[in-house]
Every structure is written in C-alpha cells, then in structure tokens.
Design a protein around this ligand. Structure first.
Ligand SMILES: [Zn+2]
Ligand SMILES: [Zn+2]
Length: 432
C-alpha cells in the first residue's frame, strides 16, 4: 500500500508537461472533448458488427481513422488486424495497447436505435451478428486514446503500438486467428514491445469503476478428451464383456474428486467439467467404446499441470481396474490471463488517475478466458476491467456478455480512454 502511494506521488512529481499543463490535465480535458466522437465510433461498430476473422469493414474503418491521425499503419495483420505505431519525440520503451475487434453470432434484443440487424455466415450457417461482448467499445476507446496520445507526440518518451486484434472469440473452424496469429506474424517485434496493456468493458461493473487483479485473472482453457475402450457384449450377458459406459461413469465421478479433494483451493479456484458423453446405440448392446469431452479451467500454472496429471492418472487407473483402457488427451487452448505482479502494482496509480481512488478495486478471478493471455506469455502485460453497467443497476438485471440483452452504458468509455492513456504514459514516464 505504501509503495502504491509513493509511486503516485513520484509519477505526479515527474510528469511532463503538455502545453503548460501536466499530461494528466491534458488527457482529462481531451477525453472530455472527444467523448462524443468515441461514442459515435462505438455506435458505428455496434451497428456494423463482423464475426471473427471477417472484420473487413471494421478493419478499414479503424485503419482510416488511425491514418488520419498521421500514424504509421499496417493492415492485414493476422488477416484483418490493424497495427499503428506512434513514435514519441523522445527515446524510451515500447508500449502496446490492445483492443479486440470481433462480434458474435448472437441476435440483438436491446431496443437501441443503433441495434445490429446484421446477418452473416458462421461455419456454413446463417446467423445474426452482434457486438455482444463489447469489443465495439474497446475499438472506440482505443481510437480515442490514439487521438489523445498522438496530440502529445513530441513529449512522449518512447513508442506506442496500437494493436487492433481480430478473432478474440476464436477463429472459425479450421482457421488460425487472434492474438496467437498476430504474435506469429511478429506483432510484438519491430519495434520490440516491452509491456502490453488491455481493457475489457464489463457489463456487470458500474460505469466509472475499474477492476483489476494481480497474477491469475482469467482462466486457462484446456480441452479434455477421454476415450474408454471395453469389450462389446450382449446387454443380457455383461460378464462376457467390459462395459465402457459403467467405466466412464466411474471416471466422471473420480474426476469430481480432483478439485474437491486433491487441490489446494485456498490457492486458486479450478474447474473440471465433462460436457459430453457418447456411447452405444441401443438398449441391449453393451458397446465397445465411450467418448467424453470436457473443459479444464485453471488460474495457476502449477495447478494446471498437476490437474492434468491427476486426470490422466484417475482415468487410466479406473479403467485398468475394470479391465478397460482409457486414453486421455488434453489440448491446451488458451493460457492463463496472467497479470505480471510487479507491473500490476505499478499500473494501479494509472488506474486511480483514470477513475479516482474510490473507483479502483480488486476483482475476483474469472473462470472464463481471454486470448490476451497469449501476449502475456511473451511480454509482461496487464488486463483490466472497465465498468459499463448503468449506475444504480443491479448485476442480476443487466444483460450478461454473449447474450441478446447485453448492454453497455456508453458513459463508461471515457474512463477506459483515460486508462489506456495513463497506463501507457505512466509506464514510459517511469522508464525514461
Ligand atoms: Zn466474449
Ligand atoms: Zn470479450
């Protein structure tokens, strides 16, 4: 706590000036000035949502706005991504700010003037499309921050990379995409990024508030597949076969004891869910095989590895005890969204600058996932949540993310614009 206060004081004392005022004052007055513009960007994106890896028009709009600021802009990164570089007037580190761009196959139900009526194709099916996760607000806020930061160009001590990332929600079947593909295409190189910051709007956090968490913030996602092989027999003579359905049931019950009995839950939470189980064709045949599929969510790398080992041990040994076999396959889909501890500590004063001391608080970990985690595997990064819930509303009466009633109060975006600016500026100021 002491350290936090000291950092706030120091960064206040060292802060550079922009046209006679501290950069805090400049960011504040400009974020007021451009608030309506940011809202209009958001409405444009909201009315014209595009699915993952199909953000063609979105990408054009973003690139055009960034070019009009006089930034060096690269398009077609990871298919539809846009990257802009702002070289400050003074030497210093390279900071990346990230916003994601994709909508979801969800019909919009909110009675908004600018509600989406867009339809598109997803995995061969016609679907309605909506910005049902708020990525429209992320792009609008980052365009706003880019305008503010560009206006301070000659005083900036370092380089800022604006990363507009496609396909956060996952690429369509058989395609690559998202943060992983951007990294593969070198987004963190030339110039090499020293730190990255990301924001997610949150429909269940009141406008004006920011929530954050050091270390494990959103979960890793691993996909679990187990194939149980028994021996087929007539349903009337089970002793002649090995029943993979009964063995699978035992395995599923065994898996329940991993999180509840074997893992130190005071450290972090974890989830093991079996979401599908398939076997057999009719009542009087004991089949040869059963297949199940599940998801594993973890917030700590050691726990993640330990849970993987325990799942394999539990499934194979239970199968063996029955004379069956179980083949376990675990595929790592998304890493943990892991906020670097030291960087998070240093970022808190920036969040306080953006929202005020009483509006910044710790949040619980989330068992959902974010592909921002791929960036954090490569460079220290911080990912925070900015409020989009109307004041005085209750979390239970607001539409959740990924649902037709998802709703964001646009007045929350100004806090996000400022947070983007201060996270970048304070980092560069401290490193000069
Ligand atoms: Zn989402
Ligand atoms: Zn999202």
């Amino acid at each position: 706590m002491k350290k936090t206060i000291l950092l706030t004081l120091l960064s206040g004392a060292m802060a550079f000036q922009v046209s006679g005022q501290t950069y805090k004052g400049h960011v504040e007055s400009m974020s007021d000035q451009i608030e309506q513009k940011v809202v209009s960007y958001r409405r444009h994106f909201h009315q014209n949502p595009e699915l993952s890896n199909r953000e063609f028009k979105t990408s054009e709009f973003v690139a055009e706005k960034l070019k009009s600021l006089g930034l060096e802009v690269k398009t077609g990164v990871a298919k539809t991504g846009v990257v802009a570089i702002l070289k400050g007037g003074k030497p210093g580190p390279v900071v990346a700010l990230r916003a994601d761009m994709d909508g979801l196959p969800v019909p919009e139900r909110a009675p908004l003037e600018f509600a989406s009526k867009v339809k598109s194709e997803y995995n061969g099916q016609e679907v309605p499309v909506m910005h049902a996760c708020g990525h429209d607000t992320h792009m609008a806020m980052l365009l706003g921050a880019a305008e503010i930061l560009t206006s301070m160009r000659k005083d900036i001590k370092g380089t800022i990379k604006f990363i507009f990332q496609p396909a956060e929600e996952g690429a369509p079947r058989g395609e690559e995409g998202g943060a992983k593909l951007m990294i593969k295409e070198g987004v963190l190189e030339n110039p090499k990024v020293d730190a990255i910051f990301g924001i997610h709007i949150n429909a269940q956090t009141e406008v004006g508030k920011i929530k954050y968490r050091p270390e494990g913030t959103m979960a890793a996602v691993d996909i679990l597949n187990i194939t149980v092989k028994g021996r087929q027999s007539h349903g009337a003579y089970p002793w002649l076969g090995v029943d993979p359905i009964v063995v699978s049931s035992q395995i599923i019950m065994g898996l329940q004891t991993i999180v509840s009995r074997q893992i130190d839950l005071t450290n972090q939470g974890a989830v093991v869910t079996i979401g599908s189980l398939h076997s057999g064709v009719r009542s009087n045949i004991i089949p040869e095989e059963a297949k199940m599929e599940g998801t594993i969510r973890t917030l700590d790398a050691n726990m993640q590895n330990s849970i993987h080992e325990r799942i394999t041990r539990t499934a194979t040994n239970i199968a063996e005890s029955a004379g069956a076999t179980a083949v376990v396959d675990i595929h790592r889909e998304y890493p943990i969204t892991f906020n670097d501890k030291e960087l998070t500590e240093k970022t808190v004063p920036s969040l306080v600058k953006a929202a005020g001391k009483d509006n910044v608080s710790l949040t619980k970990a989330v068992t959902g996932a974010e592909d921002f985690s791929f960036f954090q595997e490569k460079v220290p990064g911080v990912f925070v949540f900015v409020g989009g819930m109307p004041k005085g509303k209750n979390v239970l009466e607001t539409g959740a993310h990924h649902t037709p009633d998802f709703f964001i109060d646009e007045s929350g975006m100004k806090t996000g614009v400022k947070a983007y600016c201060f996270m970048a500026l304070d980092y560069m100021d401290a490193k000069k």
